[in-house]
Design a protein around this ligand. Structure first.
Ligand code: BGN
Length: 285
């Protein structure tokens, strides 16, 4: 017995895990949006596989993260965000894939539904250990804000240049959020019913609390984001029903979520910098 143990121990090779805090991290970044580059450095560019996928070669990654970007009509934002994300996530030495989920007109934009579709589609392509729902207009200002999941859902946007205070209110859960698959299934994902602007993030907070969970944030100094400015988007009007929907969040959460999302997939393409998922949705009247 002892003899066998020593053979096993001798042959056991500890995985060479990627560092929790890679040395290449630069910390706080100068994020002057006016001059921010959409260029990707050659070394980073070379390491991106088709579909916007990356895996560190020199070590075994600890997590595999899917970045889900609900999207419509914001080509310039997307360009800036993609180059920024590829640069930062490669420095973080995280295995990742970037998924842009776009909603066809004429239905109104529905961020929660797009997040659900992104979760299902990305996990059908590759199994991920962490799913990050990412607004298209937010840029991480400090690369120590690791794109990993935690023991509870994480709100990675601990502060945002868009607001005069760090956050608009304490229970704010908008911007960039991270779920393990278990955490996401537990809340049944996002509601599919929020067409137009507002409320789907508050609905998610109720889902998290009603399933006995809570959420965490990085320190504000690390969880800072720059919001790329834009005019109010006429194709994404404020949803007049959002308050009524938020009020019934608890009642709906079992039947309305990632388990019941209805959509039609129009396209799935592995582009050089991201995987593109194009869908159409019938908006219930
Ligand atoms: C809130 C919105 C959020 C939005 C934040 C920050 C609603 C629901 C009303 C009951 N919530 O007011 O969706 O992320 O502002 O802009 O509109």
């Amino acid at each position: 017995r002892l003899h066998n143990d020593s053979i096993i121990l001798k042959n056991f090779k500890r995985p060479n895990y990627c560092p929790l805090w890679p040395e290449k991290l630069v910390g706080r970044m100068d994020m002057d949006v006016a001059v921010i580059s959409t260029e990707i450095s050659p070394a980073v560019q070379e390491s991106i596989a088709e579909g916007g996928v990356f895996k560190p070669e020199v070590c075994s990654p600890r997590e595999r993260t899917a970045i889900i970007i609900p999207y419509r009509n914001r080509e310039n934002h997307l360009k800036v965000l993609l180059s920024h994300l590829h640069e930062v996530l490669q420095r973080q030495m995280i295995e990742y894939g970037i998924y842009v989920i776009e909603m066809a007109f004429p239905a109104q934009f529905n961020r929660g539904l797009l997040a659900n579709v992104g979760f299902l589609t990305s996990s059908s392509i590759r199994s991920y250990t962490c799913y990050i729902i990412h607004d298209v207009d937010l840029l991480m200002m400090d690369d120590r804000n690791m794109y990993r999941c935690g023991r509870v859902p994480r709100h990675l946007t601990a502060s945002n240049t868009k607001y005069t205070k760090r956050l608009p209110y304490l229970a704010y859960f908008g911007g960039v959020v991270a779920f393990t698959p278990e955490q996401f299934w537990k809340v049944n994902g996002f509601s599919n019913l929020y067409f137009g602007w507002g409320g789907e993030d508050d609905d998610m907070v109720y889902r998290i609390f009603h399933t006995g969970q809570h959420f965490s944030r990085p320190k504000p100094i690390i969880g800072g984001y720059t919001a790329i400015e834009h005019d109010s988007d006429s194709t994404n009007p404020v949803n007049p029903n959002r308050q009524a929907l938020v009020n019934s969040a608890r009642r709906r959460m079992v039947d309305d979520g990632v388990r019941s999302v209805m959509y039609q997939r129009l396209a799935l393409e592995f582009k050089p910098l991201y995987t593109w998922v194009y869908i159409s949705v019938q908006e219930a009247k």
